[in-house]
Write a protein that binds this ligand. Sequence first.
Ligand SMILES: *Cc1c(COP(=O)(O)O)cnc(C)c1O
Length: 217
Amino acid sequence: MSLSEISAKIEAACAKAGRDPDSVKLIAVSKVQPLDRVTAVLDAGHRLFGENRVQEADGKWPDLRDQYGAVDVHLIGPLQSNKARQAMQLFQAIHSVDRPKLANSIARLAQELGTCPDIFVQINTGEEPQKAGVLPTEADAFVAACRALDLPVQGLMCIPPVEEEPSLHFALLAKIAARNGLAGLSMGMSGDFESAIALGATHIRVGSAIFGARVKG
Ligand SMILES: *Cc1c(COP(=O)(O)O)cnc(C)c1O
């Protein structure tokens, strides 16, 4: 699908939900895509991308920013504490903060660097043992701990279990965000961004629908 077709779908989903289209940010997930597909989307004027690995992003975005100027890139994949410094220098937002050790590292680095990317707390809404994220029952305490560290927590993020109806997870994420006074909701991917918008998504993470199937990964 072209970027303009996706934008049309976003606008339609917003209209249906009675939402302002400007309230939904499209994160074009460029992980493992060939460079020519990424530059095509940059050439079309898009300036918000998502990556799930620090190393891969570091190999790509400094050069692309030299060519295209300012581009916002969000980290949507897991982050190890020992890569936090590099991540904070590369990304405008980190969507995957999910444990005290990482929150502490980011807070310490924020003091040192004098700046901090926007923070999203990842919630493991499906309570899947193999999946990253804070359990729903621990979400309020973790958000409070992040705030106590002065982290700029903008919202919550989830990746619903593949075999379940995503809207139940989107609704749960929205509920947890609301009771914590958080406006940001990073939810919805290629297959389900319209229902995520219906349930309040502010950041949708769309990869294959924009770029085509990923070659690997
Ligand atoms: C890869 C990825 C996406 C994009 O997935 P698509 O199905 O290709 O849209 C979204 N969110 C996260 C966390 C991802 O890792």
